[in-house]
Write a protein that binds this ligand. Structure first.
Ligand code: ARG
Length: 588
């Protein structure tokens, strides 16, 4: 609900009380956007909903409400239509004043939330010594955008990287490391074993082929768990090398995140099992300790257990998530915990959420949300792979996007016969390439699979990053062409809305706050993308009327007013894109 709707709601409340008495104070006016702009901007359906209670015809109720309704500062006189809808049309003067007010506000008039709270976004979370794959890329992009939106709304956001930095695979990796580069373990230098992913693969080959190796690896696991110094040292070296590689990706994507990996919760794991036992939930099943789940059954229809301690005494992914959940509630005091992972992990989240609830660990004011997303597919509709069938390294994927965006740019510069410096070309190619990857991901409803296509995401037309960036740069071009500094447009620049394209743009600009609070709730950044795309189309309709002549060459006060509309559109695009983690370009 935006500021205008909130004001209207208040007015309705007063009218309802005046018409039918104090009992009607809390009644929802059921204010919705008008289904057809011909009827106005908003429509209140409350009269229909009260018909039964009041025992009157909805039209009569609507008339009684309208009689007491004072919205003259905001709307034209309300009209009653159909069975009893109350139609409201915003006054032009009202819109003009609103636009004028937000023009100099860095938040564009969007208020921060009335209920700021601590929120955790658990995202990215790749696994040490394994590759960071496209699934982690989606998590990183979506999680970052969600975190940005929550931060903008004024929440206290903790961005957590729950990296997989613990587990039996380290026994194998450390054993292999001792074999192939023993010297690495005795020097204080950072590890440099090249590509960690192929290191992992080789270690696995070695592990699978040799029983003695397997036994040594098992002993290494025990040494790691009991904290043997040299083993811990080797573990740290491996983590550091991975961390450096992840950081390259985070830097490229401009993503901030705090690492708090699985190993952090090690000391808390035994108490998870003890406390589940104390609350009577723990059951021993074939040597493993587990909790039986409701609503999850195996093929035979028998209830499924969630294992929290394996028969060999080891803990697992779920145990760690239970421990981290408690820590986040008790120590971090989080009120909403958001997990961004692929939809394939949905059961995992539903299961440990259920166990934590049963154990009474989730206070009523804490919300747990799994934010699932679909797969990244190649253009053939199959799993995204390189031509040779290998998984795509993220580094390569992002570099490729930049290379292709540079090729597009150079072609365009040639066509337009423009000369630009290498610095300009580098910057534009990088910003456009990275933005294209981010926007392609964010503009899809995250719950569906999406097809990764460089051609589509780099297209200057359509709902793409280049289109959005171009819309922004185009507006900056107007200011350059007219020698106008938008920031210096007089503070009290008057807005006059005359043409229908101006009114449509103005009304749309005022809807940004509603979109942001919707995304704050449903965590679907694609809604913001749709809004920005629609906004730039509305801008083009306004600007392209007579090829923009009506802006720079218009008479005053229209000229300044229209420039304010340009400026506000650019500022809204910039703000919206920044919430998607996308940087704008003044020129491109
Ligand atoms: N490391 C996991 C993976 O790569 C993702 C972790 C997500 N966060 C969590 N708290 N389970 O699939």
């Amino acid at each position: 609900m935006n500021a205008t709707q909130e004001q209207l709601k208040l007015k309705f409340e007063q009218a309802l009380v005046a018409a039918f008495g104090a009992d009607y104070a809390g009644v929802d006016p059921i204010l919705v956007a008008a289904s057809n702009p011909r009827f106005g901007d908003y429509q209140a359906n409350v009269a229909l909903s009260l018909s039964k209670k009041l025992g009157k015809q909805p039209r009569a109720i609507a008339a009684a409400i309208v009689d007491k309704l004072d919205v003259s500062e905001i709307c034209e006189s309300p009209e009653i239509a159909g069975p009893g809808f109350i139609n409201l049309k915003l006054k032009t003067e009202y819109l003009e004043a609103q636009l004028q007010a937000i023009q100099t506000d860095s938040r564009l008039g969007i208020p921060t939330t009335k209920t700021p709270q601590r929120e955790i976004v658990d995202f990215s979370s790749p696994n040490i010594a394994k590759e960071m794959h496209v699934g982690h890329l989606r998590s990183t992009i979506i999680g970052d955008s969600i975190a940005r939106i929550l931060e903008f709304q004024g929440h206290d956001v903790l961005r957590l990287n729950h990296v997989g930095d613990w587990g039996t695979q380290f026994g194998m990796l450390i054993t292999y490391l001792r074999e192939v580069s023993p010297e690495a373990l005795t020097t204080a230098n950072a590890l440099d074993i090249g590509d960690l992913v192929s290191f992992y693969r080789q270690a696995k080959l070695r592990f699978d082929a040799d029983e003695v190796f397997q036994e040594t690896a098992r002993q290494e696991v025990v040494r790691l768990q009991t904290g043997a110094e040299d083993t811990l040292h080797a573990w740290k070296l491996l983590c550091e090398q991975s961390r450096r590689e992840f950081q390259i990706i985070y830097d490229l994507l401009d993503v901030q995140i705090t690492e708090r990996g699985e190993s952090f919760y090690n000391p808390l794991l035994p108490s998870v099992v003890e406390d589940l036992d104390a609350s009577g939930l723990l059951v021993e099943n074939q040597g493993a300790k587990c909790v039986f789940l409701e609503g999850f059954t195996n093929r035979e229809g028998e209830p499924l257990p969630l294992i929290v301690q394996k028969s060999d005494g080891g803990y697992n992914y779920a145990t760690t998530d239970l421990a981290s959940l408690r820590y986040r509630i008790q120590q971090d005091e989080a009120k909403r915990i958001i997990y961004v992972t692929d939809a394939g992990q949905s059961n995992h989240f539903a299961q440990f959420f259920q166990v934590a609830r049963k154990a009474g660990w989730i206070p009523d004011d804490v919300e747990l949300v799994h934010v699932p997303f679909g797969l990244v597919l190649g253009e053939d509709g199959k799993k995204f792979k390189t031509r040779s069938g290998d998984t795509v390294r993220l580094r390569d994927l992002l570099d490729e996007a930049i290379v292709r965006s540079r090729i597009d740019l150079e072609k365009r510069l040639q066509e337009e016969q423009r000369q630009e410096t290498p610095e300009f070309i580098n910057e534009v190619a990088e910003v456009v390439g990275i933005s294209a990857v981010k926007y392609a991901d964010l503009s899809q409803n995250r719950t569906s699979n999406y097809i990764f296509s460089y051609d589509k995401m780099l297209d200057l037309k359509g709902n793409t990053a280049p289109y959005m960036l171009y819309a922004y740069a185009r507006i900056q071009g107007i200011s350059r062409k007219g020698g106008i500094n938008f920031d210096e447009l007089a503070d009290n620049a008057k807005v006059v809305l005359e043409h229908e394209t101006e009114l449509a743009l103005a009304k749309y600009l005022m809807q940004m706050d509603e979109i942001i609070s919707t995304v704050e709730q449903d965590l679907l950044p694609n809604r913001l993308c749709e809004y920005l795309y629609e906004l730039s189309k509305k801008f083009n309709q306004f600007y392209d009327r007579n090829q923009g002549v009506q802006v720079l060459n218009a008479e005053e006060p229209q000229r300044t007013s229209r420039l304010v509309l340009c400026d506000l559109t650019a500022k809204t695009l910039k703000l919206g894109l920044s919430l998607l983690g996308i940087q704008v370009l003044e020129r491109m």
